[in-house]
Design a protein around this ligand. Structure first.
Ligand code: THG
Length: 378
């Protein structure tokens, strides 16, 4: 199965950077929003340490934009999320769960305000566009919903500021977290934000013309030789250490924000028209499960679960599921994100799987802090 080739067609799209990604020696892909997303270049360990020490250019075109464009754009954006968007500034991004009327999570995009009547939802892997179109139709809103020709390129790692300053100018250094500027490359304006799916720092360039992709890629590499720039990609080991959740892996449309720790992004008291907010308010205190972090000395042997994770079986009963796991090169532990019943978490101070025991950790893990390894009570 691992060596089976992926067949390309219109449902599995290449990106503006695909030629460069191939030339850079990509060794594995996944498919994200119907588009290729690189997952490995060298070994996971070398990809990881390089990201933490230098600067990488990532083809994250699969983080597609859903554009809401028209007089009712702000109204539609707010309907889709229980996070208050009323005070979002121009060119600011907000990480915001998208929830349906039953309070389940449909996606966890970054919502960006480009103009009073123009928003982008920079989406994770699910077809948010159709949900948005349905709401627009049902509510009779004056707004167009479509996928623009925008393919984000992320520049991540501790040397990202230096590389970006050389290509886009010194002003990039002043951009704050989840804020952005319209900056020019070869005469074309593009939204550049300080964001990205790692905790190593960096930017995302929302590149708006397919035909400019290779030129932008080449310019970053031409300017980054002495910074040891390399092609990279969202990195499973780093993101688990950093506690960034992956929609479709750690959570999906059968989970609520409470269960996934995303309730911190809900503005329960806001006076806003959000489809899910009334339901979510009524759900407070009723959750029965929660995502927790686990840390083992090695990867536990476990049966696969139906949806591709690993079933957690205790005394012959499946009580939960490990949804993601990866080795932490920094902490020398196998880290996992698991969905477990609150009753189990609160009655036991740890869990033993395949002979290995882990405490329940918050997500993100807090190994570096003093309270590391303390028990986690919900
Ligand atoms: N960048 C862009 N689009 C994206 C992602 C991205 N779409 C898909 C996916 N990633 C969306 N999911 C996330 C998850 C976490 C974060 C961003 C996007 C993130 N979280 C910070 C954290 O958890 O510390 C900050 C959240 C906050 O407090 O506002 O960065 O990466 N363009």
């Amino acid at each position: 199965m691992n060596s089976t080739l992926l067949f390309f067609n219109r449902r599995v799209r290449k990106t503006p950077y695909s030629n460069r990604v191939e030339e850079a020696g990509v060794t594995a892909y996944t498919v994200y929003n119907h588009m290729l997303l690189p997952t490995l270049f060298d070994t996971p360990e070398s990809d990881y340490w390089h990201l933490c020490q230098h600067v990488q250019v990532w083809d994250v075109s699969g983080e597609r934009q859903v554009e809401l464009n028209g007089p009712d754009a702000a109204k539609l954006a707010q309907l889709m999320t229980p996070r208050d968007l009323s005070k979002i500034d121009l060119l600011q991004g907000k990480y915001a769960p998208i929830c349906n009327a039953d309070g389940f999570i449909l996606n966890d995009p970054i919502i960006i305000k480009l103009a009073e009547d123009r928003y982008w939802l920079s989406i994770a892997d699910s077809d948010v566009r159709f949900f948005a179109q349905g709401l627009a139709q049902g509510y009779g809103l004056d707004v167009k919903v479509f996928e623009p020709d925008v393919s984000p390129l992320a520049v991540q790692g501790p040397k990202a500021d230096d590389l970006m300053a050389r290509v886009f100018g010194e002003k990039v250094r002043d951009i704050r977290f989840f804020r952005g500027e319209m900056l020019e490359f070869q005469g074309v304006e593009m939204y550049v934000a300080r964001s990205g799916w790692s905790k190593q720092g960096g930017f995302e360039i929302y590149m708006p013309e397919w035909s400019l992709g290779e030129a932008l890629w080449d310019e970053l590499f031409a300017n980054g030789e002495d910074l040891n720039v390399r092609a990279g990609c969202p990195q499973g080991n780093e993101r688990l250490e950093s506690g960034l959740l992956s929609y479709g892996n750690d959570m999906d449309e059968y989970d609520t924000p409470f269960e996934c720790g995303l309730d911190s992004y809900i503005d329960f008291d806001a006076n806003i028209e959000s489809l899910s907010l009334p339901t979510l308010r009524a759900m407070i205190g009723k959750q029965t499960r929660k995502l927790v972090g686990l840390a083992f000395d090695r990867s536990p042997a476990m049966p696969p679960s139906r949806l591709g994770g690993s079933d957690i079986e205790i005394d012959g009963e499946i009580i939960g599921e490990i949804r993601s796991q990866a080795w932490s090169y920094r902490h020398n532990k196998n880290l996992a994100i698991a969905m477990l019943p609150l009753s189990y978490i609160n009655q036991n101070h740890s869990i033993t799987i395949d002979g290995q025991t882990s405490a329940f950790h918050p997500i993100p893990f807090n190994f570096d802090k003093k309270e590391a390894m303390t028990y986690f009570q919900c």
